[in-house]
Design a protein around this ligand. Structure first.
Ligand SMILES: [Zn+2]
Length: 384
């Protein structure tokens, strides 16, 4: 039994009701549907707005973060009036302003193996709007194990991808990528940047796929990976096949319950946790400032890109971008005190690992990167 629509809802959704493939029944299906959206950032913003506007009856939002000034370049569900507020609350309020007919559930937490099954239980479809590998594998396995479709999207600079991973009818994310990339090899948008409108394009495609799944119309991206290049404005689709040896959806699956995804991927799921190289390998901005003031000779190495050095840099530092780091090893002396830094501490941690494995012991990672230095030591530098 599908829910009835009020006269007000019929007017609100009239442009849907006019489409023969949607019609009254389709709109009732949307009202009866429930979707869990993980992430209310770049991808999550258009997804949440369009699903709310379309009248998806119950939408769950998962995010652990607060609205930050640097989010507003692309996360259009939030606004300046909500800076510092929980993202799930900011997003929910905007969605209910757009459409008070729907139900919005909020989960202000990081989705993990401990809470994922419980959070996802009431929902028909899961949409992945996140930007990290541990959560991506977690959502994939969660969807395979619970038999739900996973509407996937990812973005970086000018490139986007989308697919629907639904193990009952096609491949899963692990069929395509059995193993995560080595930690640090694939930069996140926080490190590498993203064109602000790109998540609008990919998120809108994810919202489209979710609506098609609910309505049961058209050809979804099940078994296909969509590749989008904003620079030459091209879309390509690549056919995907199910891997019979897939560890989670194959014929003899090894993974029968959720695992430790941070351990599996070798990186934390929470972006803010990524700027530390681990105990004994970090130096705080305060400690570095003291050392420099006391005249200790320290070689400061900036492992960012030249275009970032133009934004801010530490006086007296030299630039060796992470990608060229291994090739410059011979120029470094393991008897010197070295401090590595980048924007927030992630890339400098990778550089530190290269030095540590080459036997360097007197090397430290500037915890939190130059942004932390700007926040705590030198307010004349911008934070980016
Ligand atoms: Zn699979």
């Amino acid at each position: 039994m599908l829910p009835e629509l009020s006269h007000e809802e019929i007017l609100r959704y009239s442009r849907h009701l006019l489409i023969p493939d949607v019609g009254l029944t389709g709109q009732q299906k949307l009202k009866a549907a429930s979707v869990l959206l993980v992430g209310t950032g770049g991808l999550g913003s258009p997804i949440a707005l369009y699903l709310a506007a379309a009248g998806v009856g119950r939408i769950g939002l998962v995010d652990y973060d607060v609205v930050d000034f640097s989010n507003l370049q692309r996360q259009i569900i939030h606004g300046e009036s909500r800076l510092g507020d929980l993202k799930v609350e900011s997003a929910r309020d905007r969605m209910l302003d757009l459409n008070p007919e729907i139900q919005v559930d909020i989960f202000n937490e990081l989705i993990t193996s401990d809470n994922a099954l419980e959070i996802a239980e009431p929902y028909d479809i899961i949409i992945d709007g996140t930007d990290n590998f541990p959560t991506r594998y977690l959502i994939n396995d969660l969807c395979v194990l619970t038999g739900k479709p996973n509407v996937y999207g990812s973005i970086f600079r000018f490139d986007g991808q989308a697919s629907v991973f639904y193990a009952k009818e096609g491949p899963c994310y692990r069929c395509l990528f059995p193993e995560p990339p080595p930690p640090g090899l694939v930069p996140s948008c926080a490190e590498g940047g993203v064109l602000g409108v790109l998540p609008g394009t990919i998120g809108s495609i994810q919202a489209t796929e979710a609506l098609k799944l609910i309505l049961g119309i058209g050809e979804t991206l099940i078994g296909r990976l969509l590749l989008y290049d904003a620079l030459d404005l091209s879309f390509q689709t690549v056919k995907l096949t199910k891997n019979p040896n897939c560890k989670v959806c194959g014929e003899n699956p090894e993974i029968r319950e959720l695992i430790d995804y941070e351990d599996f991927c070798g990186v934390p799921a929470r972006e803010h946790d990524q700027g530390s190289a681990g105990e004994g390998w970090d130096i705080t901005p305060q400690d570095l400032a003291k050392k420099l003031q006391s005249g200790v000779k320290i070689r400061l190495i900036d492992v960012r890109e030249p275009h970032e050095q133009e934004i801010s840099n530490l006086e007296g530092s030299e630039l060796i971008p992470l990608g060229q780091f291994a090739a410059h090893l011979s120029e470094l002396d393991s008897t010197e005190e070295i401090v590595l830094y980048c924007k927030a501490g992630t890339r400098s941690t990778r550089a530190l690992e290269i030095l540590a494995s080459a036997g360097f012991e007197k090397v430290k990672n500037l915890k939190g990167g130059i942004n932390a230095w700007a926040a705590y030591i030198d307010p004349s530098l911008p934070i980016y």
